[in-house]
Design a protein around this ligand. Sequence first.
Ligand SMILES: *[C@@H]1O[C@H](CO)[C@@H](O)[C@H](O)[C@H]1NC(C)=O
Ligand SMILES: *[C@@H]1O[C@H](CO)[C@@H](O)[C@H](O)[C@H]1NC(C)=O
Ligand SMILES: *[C@@H]1O[C@H](CO)[C@@H](O)[C@H](O)[C@H]1NC(C)=O
Length: 420
Amino acid sequence: AHAPWPRKGDSGTPLTGSLLSTGRGDIFTINCSGFDWHGVDPAVFQGVFARNSFRPVLDYNSPTHVNISFTLSAILEVVSPGSTLQWSSGEQWYHPFIRWNPEECGGIRHLSIATENLWLPDIFIKEFMDVDQTPTDLMAYVNSEGQIKYNKPMQVISICNLDIFYFPFDKQNCTFTFSSFIYPAERMVLGMEKEVQEILNMSQNLIQKQGEWVLLGIHQTASKMTVGTNQYNQIVFYLAIRRRTRLYIINLLVPSSFLITVDALSFYLAAENDNCAAFKITLLLGYNVFLLMMNDLLPASGTPLISVYFALCLSLMVVSLLETIFMTHLLHLATTQPPPMPRWLHSLLLYCTSSRRCYPTDPQKGNKGLGLTLQEDRAQKQHLVSLWVQFSHTIDTLLFRLYLLFLAVSVVMVVILWNT
Ligand SMILES: *[C@@H]1O[C@H](CO)[C@@H](O)[C@H](O)[C@H]1NC(C)=O
Ligand SMILES: *[C@@H]1O[C@H](CO)[C@@H](O)[C@H](O)[C@H]1NC(C)=O
Ligand SMILES: *[C@@H]1O[C@H](CO)[C@@H](O)[C@H](O)[C@H]1NC(C)=O
């Protein structure tokens, strides 16, 4: 045999004689005498196991082809900066020194071998940010052709760039780059064990309806990464996931909308009512408690649109409270010591309210009469008061309409932004 190894001296074991006998040229076949109905005599694999520190190749310049795959089983948490996913990753490669003839070896076609006895490809995910929770002492499946299948369950904590602006209607795109750590492209070539569509279907079946996230799609690209003078094979997977929004609609949007609706409706409380301000303060307090409680549901980093929406609602409530204070002050002023009403304001008021009520008397008219009786004076003041009250109510209505307009515009804008 012209293959540089294994040399007979290294690989032979006293129990089975020559373990790896050279077949045709560079094909090594395991001597079946160790296979019987008890299973496999460990001695026949001694030569293979003894080499587990080295990449098993017949020609050191030829690359090892490793096919990879994974099946996502749960999307546990997607937060910035680390997202936790649970998956089972698969690797497949050929071990050229493991090969037997199943017909001669009692029909045995597959064997499971403890992975500690085998060389394993060092395939890492570049986005890893935490020690993965892969259990050790796993088994690998080997068939008579020397094809090794190695599946391991993993809990992956990886960096996933989140764009939470559209929270809770956000879609995320997480990247996973599989690459060998030390073997450049001429030593290790990465391939796909199955089609991405198959990976997607299996993952979607497993994830199903549980959890906060829905798996939308998986895309895959193969590329080469250059580090220094070496090129490394890498396969990049993009996971497109979407948040399930029902929880957030029920817990965030519905209560917030109720509170802001009540605040808007509170304009219908008579401004003369002393409880009006107290009512609005209570509402404001309630909203703050709501915000405090909902803080846990919001993403910890970044400013999502929904925070802006909450801030807007809060500002509207504050504005509404300020308006009440202003109206209370105005009404108080109007009923206790009404200042003379400027002529232009009076005309404006008449103009604004003409459609509803008519005030034919001019408030300034009373000023010219000096010999007014006390009763006339009181009637005059009464009239002035009613004019000012009228004015206050007009202002109140105007501010309410402005408030509604602003509220409507902001809600429409937020909804439009969410839908893009
Ligand atoms: C396998 O080993 C046995 C002894 O253990 C030997 O008699 C037999 O010739 C060997 N077979 C091959 C193909 O080398
Ligand atoms: C890897 O995939 C390629 C193409 O799908 C296939 O030809 C090859 O046999 C696979 N290798 C292993 C070790 O399964
Ligand atoms: C995810 O992002 C990558 C680039 O960062 C892009 O090529 C890919 O199409 C994106 N996938 C989806 C589903 O948006």
